[in-house]
Design a binder for this molecule. Sequence first.
Ligand SMILES: *[C@@H]1O[C@H](CO)[C@@H](O)[C@H](O)[C@H]1NC(C)=O
Length: 167
Amino acid sequence: MRTVANMKYFWLILVIAVGAADSIVEKANLETANLTKGTKHYRMELLFKATFFQASMYCSRLGMELVSFNNLQEFDELKDFLVKTLPNARWSQFWTSGVAMGPLQFGWINTGLPITVTHKWEYLQPNNFFGLENCVEVKFHESINVMLMNDITCLALNYIVCQGYTL
Ligand SMILES: *[C@@H]1O[C@H](CO)[C@@H](O)[C@H](O)[C@H]1NC(C)=O
């Protein structure tokens, strides 16, 4: 039906418009960036921002999933990718696969495992503020090359990093 199809484009355009209002694309001069490291492939999406749910579906459509860190090495892999890709970006926020499992307990929804890189939370985070912050983002600051995790509402609009595995 025509209206249904139009609604789809309405949401897509809305998401892109929101992203463009605070554009990292111009600063990074990139819309996407890819990195293959070992068996892992990363795809960074800089053209638009999305909620956790939209971001998760976006990665699924690509046969991928939101980024997660099984260990410190994987955490640093993404950090180094951001350092290389976003030399001129201010605080940029990206979705991960992290979600709240219980009060102040966070895990990866893609693997079902708890988050173990717990010294990489931002200061005084996670706080699951009023029980409303149930999704995990990473914040990257280019000038000090620091990347840290934070819990935030799943409806926040962030950039996306998808991951996949090469066989
Ligand atoms: C990243 O990979 C995607 C999918 O293959 C491609 O469309 C895009 O152009 C790539 N981006 C860059 C900067 O190479």
